[in-house]
Ligand binder design. Structure first.
Ligand code: F6R
Ligand code: ZN
Length: 195
């Protein structure tokens, strides 16, 4: 990402406008459409249909002006729209921090969850407003909107941690978060089978 404030970063106050989903002063904003999630939904045909159906925005990430560099603590707010593709709830791409470091998420609105995978074990944390989800070093993570409204959360992470998206494409996240009979069920990441 670019467009951060100039260094050094001085002490500051950052305002979050809940209704507008903005941070002020603002840093970079990222918009992820369905086309950006290639290879991430198990049902490729359903993903292609969603692309043909207007390539909707799946989530956006607004960041403060704190830069992603070592020793700084950047923050961002992610908002995932409600939706299901091929039975899978809409979600973020998911990533691993190559320089293994911890991260915290704080639920702001809506109903979602934090899926974590360390290469062997999967962990799920329900996220509602006020929940702090802790991601330990070395756990890849993805956020999922399991509700019918947009799901928003604040992330605070070490600026030098880096983001590896290829790791998730290669190793998966252990499980997928799907809907069945209006409820939430977990399925095996690569086969889609119920565990
Ligand atoms: C930062 C972090 C979040 C995510 C954001 C979008 O380390 O975990 O700010 O970057 O929720 O998810 P991804 O990056 O997986 O597209
Ligand atoms: Zn992260």
């Amino acid at each position: 990402m670019s467009d951060y404030s100039e260094l050094p970063v001085l002490p500051m106050s950052i305002r979050f406008d809940h209704a507008a989903g903005t941070l002020s002063p603002a840093g970079p904003t990222l918009t992820r459409r369905m086309s950006d999630l290639e290879g991430l939904f198990l049902d490729q045909d359903a993903w292609l249909s969603a692309l043909a159906d207007g390539d909707p925005i799946v989530y956006s990430v607004v960041s403060s002006r704190v830069p992603e560099i070592d020793r700084e603590l950047p923050q961002s707010i992610t908002t995932i729209q409600p939706g299901v593709t091929g039975g899978e709830f809409w979600m973020t791409k998911g990533h691993q921090h190559p320089n293994h470091q911890g991260e915290i998420y704080l639920g702001i609105s809506g109903s979602g969850g934090l899926l974590m995978f360390d290469g062997t074990s999967t962990n799920w944390v329900d996220m509602t407003p006020g929940t702090i989800g802790y991601i330990p070093p070395g756990w890849a993570h993805r956020s999922v909107n399991v509700g019918k409204e947009p799901y928003s959360f604040l992330a605070v992470y070490p600026g030098g941690a880096g983001h590896d998206y290829g790791w998730v494409l290669e190793h998966g996240l252990g499980q997928r978060v799907c809907t069945e009979n209006d409820g939430v069920v977990f399925r095996d990441y690569f086969t889609g089978a119920r565990p």
